[in-house]
Design a binder for this molecule. Structure first.
Ligand code: SIN
Length: 490
């Protein structure tokens, strides 16, 4: 039921086009779904190319790694991407990038510290994350924000995600989904930097000679040799065989992940000797449309949105971590909820217009009309919103303990999206150190092999905070690029 067919791939590409995510026409991508042929119709002959750094995957991690490797002196950097488009799951990254002690926070009078960011991440991950990796993430987060700014990607609109103590989720100036700014921005810089980005080139094996990784091989028979290989292939959130293996209880959940998120990099790195850790730590996101697996961003709740059940009642502090909110939702009648918000929340989240366009939201001029459209008890819904508004305006204590992201819902029209939990993020993966070297079961680096982003394990422990994935892919993508360039330069 969950295997992705050519049909799924086609509707996925068409969906991306409808969302305005793609910079090329879907027709060219759909054509690209077919095996590539040379002009005379014959399969291309296998090639061998030598370079300094090979990166597997052109998502946010891979592109950040490539740009950094190049800037740090690696002369020839190649990114190999199995899909026919760039960006991977970064395309869907909605809320933003967590970072602490940034100049944008300082300009906006937000007090934060790297230490507080470390504590939020460690506690949010149920005290299971690796402290050295967490400190590395948080301590380098402001630098990553400045680096993005220096290459034309400004994230200065700061919001808050669940489980964080202060506003540190950095978003594009206009409040749009971060992925839609990051992916085209990184892709443009990759082009300008003279980095080779090869689409439709599916890496199937990491080559190891003796103790050293020396390159990769692709499904088309091509070989790319390099002293440094970076795995940046994301998690396995769309591979239901692996989900069944590691978390059979999630086998029937929908996924927010793109079909290509198959855990390839993890399996290839393991075959090259890397240890995989925490593979059963898979996060469900509580606000996922069940028909398409589309995400309703956490920023909607962070801006004041609430969750109500089929009785029109709230049931949880909506700013608790994703594991807590997902579990609370599954206890409600029918195991679903509605994310409810008003026009002022809509105005702060450009992506909300896409929910309307995709038919994910129901819109009404009053709460009574919204209740009628959703077939909810109108009196119960109005009382719920009135009670929440009172708390938001007075600062009195909320019966569910919510103290973050409060904003009275008083600006009609109102919106509601029906949601339930969906598979979202793999916290487990390739074991790494703070230089992003892939480690074996004895904790020893595998020479020439690096990994970054969701393909790695250990940072997020048992639960990842919203906004920490983009921080991870930028900070660790950059670190992997730095380490790989250093090795390549000898
Ligand atoms: C969201 O905005 O809810 C998803 C982004 C993330 O997982 O950090």
């Amino acid at each position: 039921m969950h295997e992705f067919s050519e049909m799924d791939r086609r509707s996925f590409i068409q969906g991306l086009a409808a969302l305005g995510v793609l910079s090329v026409t879907p027709a060219s991508l759909l054509a690209g779904c077919q095996p590539q042929k040379s002009e005379v119709g014959a399969e291309r002959l296998p090639q061998v190319q030598s370079c300094d750094v090979v990166i597997i995957g052109a998502g946010g991690t891979g592109m950040a790694a490539a740009l950094t490797a190049k800037a740090e002196g690696a002369a020839k950097v190649i990114i190999l991407e199995k899909e026919n488009t760039v960006g991977g799951n970064t395309n869907f990254s909605s809320s933003g990038m967590n970072a602490s002690e940034t100049r944008f926070q300082a300009e906006q009078g937000i007090e934060d510290s790297n230490q507080l960011f470390v504590e939020d991440t460690y506690i949010g991950g149920k005290e299971r994350g690796d402290m050295a990796l967490i400190e590395h993430l948080c301590d380098n987060s402001a630098e990553a924000i400045d680096w993005l700014d220096s290459i034309g990607i400004r994230l200065d609109n700061i919001s808050q995600t669940a489980g964080t103590s202060v506003k540190r989720c950095h978003r594009p100036t206009d409040g749009s989904a971060v992925g839609k700014t990051l992916v085209p921005g990184l892709e443009k810089n990759v082009g300008q930097a003279g980095i080779d980005l090869l689409l439709g080139e599916n890496v199937t094996r990491i080559i190891k000679e003796g103790d050293k990784v020396t390159g990769v091989q692709t499904a088309s028979g091509n070989t790319y040799t390099a002293p440094a290989v970076i795995v940046a292939t994301g998690g396995f959130g769309a591979n239901f065989e692996m989900i069944k293996q590691y978390r059979p209880d999630l086998a029937d959940f929908v996924t927010t992940n793109m079909p290509g998120t198959q855990g390839d990099g993890m399996r290839m790195a393991a075959a090259a000797g890397a240890e995989l850790i925490d593979m059963d730590q898979i996060q469900t996101h509580p606000t996922v449309d069940q028909e398409h697996g589309s995400l309703i961003a956490e920023a909607i709740r962070g801006g004041g949105g609430i969750l109500v059940n089929s009785e029109g009642r709230r049931f949880v502090d909506e700013m608790k971590t994703r594991d807590v909110v997902s579990a609370a939702e599954l206890e409600q009648p029918g195991k679903y909820a509605y994310v409810l918000y008003d026009q002022q929340v809509w105005d702060k989240n450009k992506d909300a217009a896409n929910y309307d366009k995709q038919g994910l939201s129901v819109k009404a001029d009053s709460l009574e009309e919204l209740a009628s459209k959703l077939k909810l008890d109108a009196a119960a819904l109005s009382a719920t919103v009135a009670a929440y508004n009172e708390v938001s305006l007075s600062g009195a204590s909320d019966e569910f303990g919510r103290t973050q992201g409060l904003a009275a819902l008083t600006s009609a029209p109102y919106y509601a999206c029906k949601v339930a939990p969906g598979i979202h993020h793999c916290m487990g993966g390739i074991r790494i150190n703070i230089d992003n070297q892939a480690l074996d079961a004895d904790g020893q680096p595998i020479a020439g092999l690096f990994a970054a982003g969701e393909t790695t394990g250990g940072i997020h422990g048992a639960n990842r905070l919203g906004g920490n994935a983009v921080c991870d892919i930028m900070v660790n993508g950059r670190q992997a690029g730095r380490s790989a360039a250093k090795l390549a330069k000898g």
